[in-house]
Design a binder for this molecule. Structure first.
Ligand code: DGY
Length: 331
């Protein structure tokens, strides 16, 4: 509780839509960081000290050490579906509830994943750069000729909600046979609806014409696409990553792209973002975007609203809609 009011004190660690901020201010004593850049870790910890709730995004790291320094913290609400920036086990062990924002971003993230696949396969960024640089001299039969999309094999690594939404676009929109690999296999009727076939990771790598990475990031997923995996892919294949940068070994990818061992890549996420591996920046056959797969205003408003719903429910005796460690609620 704040010393001045009987409202719980919370930190809103990043800019939020005005309407969402007003809702939070109605329920809480809000310490608001509205800067363009994330708070440095030490300042994040200092400002979280004594707060009951944290309203964060994927750019704030919640570690065991931070939790130990902020014993009043009861809930961490991230405005993201991914939660690899939060030590979930450490939160659960300390009775801190964690929530994320699934579902509301599924379709717009899938739209973007498919757009990135198209832009990569059809060399759109390369074409635009060439045009702007005055390099467009004439028509030629093979001028900026890219890879086919319709009717080719769409591979998906990580068949959760977003993976399934991308599969649906490929299957219904582009007549693509879909193959996928996932920790667990989908129910047979879902596979039939998506026209999707479960395969081993090795078969996925060997057979996909376009491979989209949509799996959650974890220690197990770290660099799970590295030189040996890239070596299995077709030389004509494209690789698209809308999940987390750390899934791909970027040095190995840059080498494979430079040596044309795969045709092209589309990357929305990077291991050290916002820093981008310099080797990628020099390559023509990679489309690079700054982690914007969920960035439409309606979707971002929905994510911000859902994170606020979670925070308000968690600290006012309600039922948070999307908890990641609901066992904390029943403990
Ligand atoms: C997510 O929601 O996880 C997106 O990657 C934005 O951080």
């Amino acid at each position: 509780m704040s010393a001045l009011t009987d409202k719980p004190a919370v930190l809103v660690a990043r800019r939020a839509p005005e309407a969402v901020l007003q809702r939070l201010q109605a329920s809480f004593e809000v310490d608001y960081h509205d800067g363009e850049l994330p708070l440095p870790p030490a300042e994040l910890q200092a400002r979280l000290h004594g707060k009951a709730g944290a309203y964060i995004t994927g750019t704030e790291r919640i570690t065991a050490a931070l939790l130990d320094a902020c014993p009043a913290l009861r809930v961490v609400c991230t405005m993201s579906v991914g939660y690899n920036h939060i030590d979930l086990a450490a939160c659960t062990a300390r009775g801190v509830l964690v929530t994320n924002t699934p579902d509301v971003l599924t379709e717009s993230t899938a739209d973007f994943g498919f757009a990135l696949l198209m832009a990569t396969a059809r060399r759109m960024s390369e074409g635009e750069r060439l045009l702007r640089d005055g390099g467009w001299k004439s028509w030629a039969w093979d001028f900026l000729a890219g890879s086919e999309v319709h009717g080719t094999t769409l591979g998906i690594l990580g068949m959760g909600r977003i993976g399934q939404a991308i599969a649906r676009r490929g299957h219904f929109g582009f007549g693509m046979p879909v193959i996928y690999h996932n920790r667990s296999r989908l129910p047979v009727d879902t596979e039939a609806e998506l026209g999707a076939r479960y395969v081993s990771k090795e078969t996925l790598l060997r057979e996909a014409d376009h491979l989209v990475l949509v799996l959650p990031y974890s220690a197990e997923a770290h660099h799970c696409i590295a030189a040996p995996e890239l070596a299995l892919m077709k030389p004509t294949a494209t690789l698209v990553n809308v999940a987390r940068g750390g899934i791909v070994d970027e040095d190995a990818l840059a080498l494979a792209l430079r040596e044309r061992r795969i045709a092209a890549a589309g990357l929305d996420v990077f291991e050290g973002e916002p820093r981008v591996n310099p080797a990628l920046l020099t390559l023509p056959n990679v489309v690079l975007t700054p982690h914007i797969a969920s960035a439409t205003l309606p979707t971002r408003r929905a994510m911000a609203g859902l994170a606020a719903d979670n925070l308000i429910a968690a600290l006012t005796g309600g039922k948070p809609p999307t908890p990641l460690n609901p066992e904390v609620l029943s403990a």
